[in-house]
Design a protein around this ligand. Structure first.
Ligand code: 3HC
Length: 679
């Protein structure tokens, strides 16, 4: 085998050349890989003994795309189009041998081969849209020429992957190989040569597009309408659609020009920068500062959950769904039966929607053991408490658990605010105690704040992070402080929203400004949804806050059809005049001078103090890195992913100077970290 460079090899099996990319972890198309491929295909073109070439990858996957870490940096090495051109116009047939995931630029390279073969597990996709981009190396022009414009539109706007079976059916691959892939690809290459099959160029065949501009116009119109809500705020989906339209309407090279123009617009824009930031931030979040490299997570084979309410039930589902048995404990039979019933109903709903077969509902429920006895948790590796937010109750439970749980079992609290160290102090094993803060609905929301106590053992922390990942969560390490990362920042937004409301902004306007920004819901919609009376007590209510007065007037939110809004049968909402009158009266009583407040002030006052709080969290070391805060807000609170999270937005969009200026006007002291910046 001859090395073209350190990441690409060229060898020969008789008259078949084999190009192998070996650039861990995912064979991304870095400058070195591109240079290596350019060198290999130049050598192949110059070697008359070569009759066909196979392009394969070492390691876990075929090329998984362009190297995202190179984006935004000055270009180096051979360009991707030059590499693709060298393959497509090679004098001999080129066969891509695909395993793992051929994604983005990886699939686009494969589409420049004359034939493609894969193993049975291979997956194919153009996920650029998830990075705020579109396939910029011909993918929007070549893919529809194989799978048709309709399927391609779906794939490029969702980033969805296609399996080998469908790839074979659509002609995206020519053969699915059993056994050794490279050997199978070489055998396939020999057959192509022996049969004198043509050098098929995807670009030259428009027969599978599935229609022309006129006949497909209704499809594109419908597709846009159907997805308007999902695409709201994002620039990339529309740009992707435009490119597929161009593939249908224009000759290949003209279509390619449209793709290039649209790609460059996205690539230089803020949304893609934000979404690329989120890609790396998600992966960074899994890394634990100061964790010795040899620390392995402990096995979690059996889980205990205390509390069968909404949280406990949702938390249990995470484990049941991935095959981990759960014992769920409640105090009263009735609550236990209700909780278990809801879990079953949720699974049944999914089965009814066709997400999995009925047998899977039974399999999942079969892993659940309901119990009224804490002692039944004795053999669990991880026990998660999800009862009331009350320190005395939690300490009592942890004291008992400490005696019941086997040595080495991890005891976690799902508290959203309370001091995990104090909870841990109720046990003789504080090093095995931490917080695992799930977000409601816990079986759906991807965020998990893993709260590291002062004494939490690193291996215990690593275990909670690993089990989070294994159950499909994005786990973020937080330190002990009131509300951890997410709720601590949320409190600042809520505080400003309440002040703005008293100073003259209508709740509906505050909600509108935040939903226009990209949040799925504003703070007052959220209060109505949660119930205004959460934590409110009619016996002790003194009418001291607007919330007290709303509750006293019988306004409870969505549950009784009236809160900040009134709701009709279909849950359509209109501002509630009764609530507005209560707010007016309250403000008058407090002597607050009400005024017109513009949208910019609403937005800045709601979000800037939150960023400041994020900076404080960083200064106190309660978050490991600014990007973890972004991940919390995107996955737990609906911060729009195309704005990259509050810290990214503050730094790259608004600018820290503007935030500092506004905070000063507001009389709020800024964190030194906000002044100095963060990494
Ligand atoms: N560029 C640079 N680094 C990449 C990368 C890429 N395209 N894809 C993955 N990586 C890195 C990750 O950052 C991670 O690094 P780390 O270990 O330092 O954190 C490492 O590779 C492993 O990645 P994962 O942890 O995600 O590994 P998984 O096995 O879970 O997943 C994967 C593998 C499915 C390939 C997943 O990494 C993935 O989806 N990657 C992105 C694929 C993609 O978006 N491709 C399109 C790129 S844009 C493009 O091609 C533009 C073109 O059209 C011109």
């Amino acid at each position: 085998m001859a090395a073209i460079n350190q990441v690409v090899d060229l060898s020969k099996d008789g008259e078949i050349a084999v190009v192998t990319v070996n650039s861990p972890p995912v064979n991304a198309l870095s400058a070195d890989v591109r240079d290596g491929l350019a060198g290999a295909f130049a050598a192949i073109a110059a070697d008359s003994a070569v009759k066909a070439a196979v392009l394969a990858c070492a390691g876990r996957t075929f090329i998984a795309g362009a190297d995202i870490s190179e984006f935004g940096k000055p270009p180096r090495g051979a360009s991707l189009p030059a590499v693709q051109d060298a393959m497509e116009s090679a004098p001999v047939p080129v066969i891509a041998a695909i395993h793992g995931t051929a994604l983005g630029g990886g699939l686009e390279v494969a589409l420049c081969a004359h034939y493609r073969v894969s193993d049975a597990k291979a997956k194919f996709g153009l996920p650029e849209v998830k990075l705020g981009l579109l396939p910029g190396a011909g993918g929007t022009q070549r893919l529809p020429r194989i799978v048709g414009a309709k399927k391609a539109t779906e794939m490029v706007t969702s980033g969805a992957q296609m399996g080998a079976k469908d790839a074979l059916a659509t002609g995206l691959v020519d053969e699915v190989v059993d056994g050794d892939l490279t050997a199978g690809a070489i055998a396939f290459a020999r057959r192509v040569v022996a049969e004198g099959r043509p050098l098929k160029k995807v670009r030259d065949d428009a027969s599978k597009l599935g229609g022309d501009a006129a006949s497909l116009a209704p499809f594109f119109a419908e597709f846009r309408a159907k997805n308007a809500k999902a695409f709201k705020g994002f620039e990339a989906p529309e740009a992707n659609i435009k490119c597929i339209e161009a593939a249908v309407a224009l000759p290949f090279d003209e279509g390619l020009k449209v793709e290039r123009t649209e790609f460059m617009k996205l690539m230089t824009g803020l949304q893609s920068a934000a979404q690329r930031h989120v890609f790396f931030a998600e992966r960074a979040a899994a890394k634990i500062d100061g964790l010795p490299a040899d620390v392995q997570p402990l096995p979690v084979k059996k889980v205990g959950v205390i509390g069968a309410g909404t949280m406990g039930g949702g938390i249990s589902m995470n484990f049941l769904s991935v095959g981990i048995p759960v014992t769920i404990v409640e105090m009263k039979e009735e609550a236990l039966t209700r909780g278990v019933g809801i879990i079953r109903k949720n699974y049944q709903n999914s089965a009814d929607k066709g997400r999995f077969p009925q047998s899977e509902v039974e399999a999942r429920m079969g892993r659940l053991t309901p119990s009224l006895n804490l002692e039944d948790l004795a053999d669990c590796d991880l026990i998660i408490e999800a009862v009331f937010e009350n320190m005395a109750i939690k300490k009592d439970i942890f004291g008992k658990l400490d005696k019941i749980a086997k040595p080495g079992a991890i005891l976690a609290s799902n508290t959203s605010y309370l001091d995990v160290d104090e909870i841990a102090s109720a046990t003789n094993r504080p090093e095995y105690v931490l917080g695992m803060h799930y977000f409601s609905p816990a079986n759906v929301m991807r965020l998990l704040e893993v709260v590291r106590g002062a004494k939490t053992d690193p291996q215990v922390l690593a275990t909670a992070m690993a089990i989070g990942k294994a159950t499909g969560k994005i786990a973020v390490v937080a330190g002990v402080c009131h509300g951890f990362i997410g709720n601590r920042m949320l409190a600042r937004r809520q505080q400003q929203a309440n002040l703005l409301m008293l100073e003259g902004a209508a709740p509906a306007d505050i909600d509108r400004v935040l939903t226009d920004f990209g949040f799925p819901m504003g703070p007052f919609q959220m209060s109505d949804l949660a119930g205004l009376d959460i934590g409110w007590n009619a016996e002790t209510s003194k009418g001291e806050t607007v919330r007290d007065r709303l509750c006293e007037a019988g306004l409870r939110g969505q549950k009784n059809g009236k809160g900040f809004y009134v709701y009709d049968e279909q849950r359509n909402r209109t501002p509630n005049p009764e609530a507005l009158a209560i707010i007016d009266a309250y403000a008058a009583e407090k002597g607050i001078n009400r005024r017109t407040i513009d949208d910019q002030e609403i937005l800045e006052r709601c979000l800037f103090p939150m960023v400041n709080e994020g900076a404080r969290i960083l200064a106190e070391g309660k978050a490991q890195r600014a990007s973890d805060i972004d991940i919390v807000w995107i996955n737990g609170y609906g911060w729009p992913v195309y704005r990259g999270g509050p810290m990214f937005w503050a730094e790259k969009d608004v600018g820290r100077d503007r935030i500092i200026a506004v905070l000063e006007q507001m009389g709020e002291e800024e964190s030194p970290v906000l002044k100095d910046g963060w990494k």
